[in-house]
Design a protein around this ligand. Structure first.
Ligand code: MN
Length: 487
């Protein structure tokens, strides 16, 4: 760790390249199945293998998905875009080139709004979003002197999202990736799973002195398979580069790989060894042309985005920013919240229930909200029942909630009757029980009246035991104190 005083002399500048694997049925230029985890080399047609005479045909779904993401990020859509052949040799690239929109992308500009820990928000500018195909996968078998190749992934559609060098800390990078992952999931175009490689991120990182205006030499870091590791890699790289500059040494422009176990980066290849990719438009593919109608159709099919729901939750449902953030993290959860709020106006209580009891239930049972058995209107009635003072919060969460999960055909009122948990908080119902408790502990009552006020907790426990939790604790507590103080 370098001193803060030294670190503060520098500004880190970060640009990200994110590859999102698209959740289409088939590949980008062939009808081979696009499914993860199949037996190696089973989803490979002659088109994917690039056999002579085969012709690629662009999957329209991929264009739909690109337009969706482009619209979600306020990009400009190019009505005409092209696929280039990017030529290089590698065992997992059967055609000897990758088809990519590197030079003439479908989406340019735009930005993604990020929210930071301190509550500030800002827009990270995008350079472009383009379509391309994935390569196969080399599997380096440990302890063996050969490498295996699985070409199932060759031709899987990707969207590459490239930011401007407009990110200035690891925290901002994390916020950006979190937001992008949320957006692709909401749009249903990518599962956003970084561990399985369906969302991959490379980071370009440089540092410069505060006083300088030109950017320092940039280093590209690869192989970070989680958002946390992206953050670790950026932190390490910033410190490594500052240390070099402080020593009067030079940062070399190179590609480095991140090591998960050590949390450090190491050099893979320098930019001097850069390939000449000999880009040229693929002669077998016509330009991608999108019409205004096409764009309008995609637009009409767009779901509400996380940012939109977040704003709605804060403005309309009056939720605290924290709650709105947690709920919109997951689309299913956000939509369920809205559904419950169609049946009750206790919005804040609904948000607390979803973030607390419902979420822990889903975690404990490792289930998805889609399999959650409680209907929105049932949860709403339960919350209303608490609000009406008919049951306490703890009875609702510890007794009614589990019962309703098991018995989906009963109403909340029926369940409360069956479990006999409706609380009667009328004074007539509570007073006799308080009297009984005081009679049972005459010594403690004397001690209380002589100043041992701490005993109130013990009395309260006895009262709640007697009432089996069926009275409003606040009412009972007030009445108990009054009884103890009287005489
Ligand atoms: Mn790429």
């Amino acid at each position: 760790m370098i001193e803060k005083r030294i670190r503060d002399k520098y500004v880190p500048t970060i640009g990200l390249e994110v590859h999102a694997q698209l959740a289409t049925e088939s590949k980008i230029f062939a009808s081979d199945s696009n499914s993860f985890g199949d037996h190696p080399n089973t989803n490979i047609s002659t088109i994917t293998l690039g056999h002579p005479g085969t012709m690629p045909k662009l999957n329209q779904k991929v264009v739909d998905f690109a337009l969706k993401l482009g619209l979600a990020c306020n990009c400009d859509i190019n009505k005409e875009s092209y696929f280039d052949r990017k030529n290089y040799f590698y065992p997992d690239l059967p055609k000897g080139y990758q088809l990519t929109q590197d030079r003439f992308p479908i989406c340019v500009g735009g930005g993604v709004k990020i929210r930071l820990e301190n509550g500030e928000d800002r827009i990270v500018e995008l350079h472009k979003i383009h379509m391309e195909e994935d390569a196969g996968k080399s599997i380096h078998v440990e302890g063996k002197n050969y490498t295996q190749v699985d070409l199932n992934r060759a031709g899987v559609p990707l969207l590459e999202i490239v930011t401007e060098p407009d990110i200035f800390s690891s925290e901002q990078a994390v916020a950006f990736l979190t937001e992008i992952r949320k957006i692709v999931r909401y749009l249903g175009i990518c599962d956003g799973n970084m561990e399985e490689g369906s969302l991959r991120c490379d980071a370009n990182i440089s540092v410069r002195l505060n006083s300088e205006t030109t950017l320092g030499k940039k280093v590209e870091v690869k192989n970070m398979n989680s958002i946390r590791n992206v953050s670790r890699a950026i932190e390490h790289e910033i410190e490594r580069q500052i240390t070099l500059v402080e020593r009067g040494e030079e940062v070399i422009s190179e590609t480095r790989t991140f090591d998960v176990t050590t949390g450090t980066t190491s050099g893979m290849r320098t930019k001097e060894e850069l390939n000449d990719y000999r880009y040229f438009p693929d002669p077998d593919l016509s330009p991608v042309q999108v019409t205004d109608e096409w764009i309008a159709k995609v637009k009409s099919e767009m779901p509400a985005l996380p940012e939109e729901l977040f704003n709605e939750f804060v403005a309309v449902y009056q939720l605290p920013v924290y709650n709105a953030n947690v709920l919109t993290d997951d689309q299913a959860m956000a939509l369920y919240f809205k559904e419950v709020c169609r049946h009750t106006t206790e919005y804040r209580a609904v948000s607390n229930w979803l973030m607390g009891i419902v979420k822990s239930h889903l975690n404990d049972t490792s289930t998805d909200l889609r399999d959650f058995p409680l209907r929105a209107d049932v949860l709403a009635s339960l919350i209303d029942l608490i609000k009406a003072g008919k049951v306490s919060n703890s009875v609702a969460s510890q007794q009614l909630f589990p019962y309703l999960l098991e018995n989906t055909s009963v109403t909340v009122e029926q369940a409360a009757e069956i479990l006999n948990v409706i609380q009667d908080s009328s004074e007539d119902a509570i007073q006799p029980m308080i009297d009984e408790v005081l009679e049972a502990f005459p010594d403690k009552v004397k001690a209380y009246r002589n100043g041992k006020k701490g005993l109130v907790g013990m009395f309260m426990g006895e009262v709640m035991k007697k009432t089996k939790g069926k009275v409003d604790p606040q009412v009972a507590n007030k009445m108990l104190r009054e009884s103890l103080e009287s005489q």
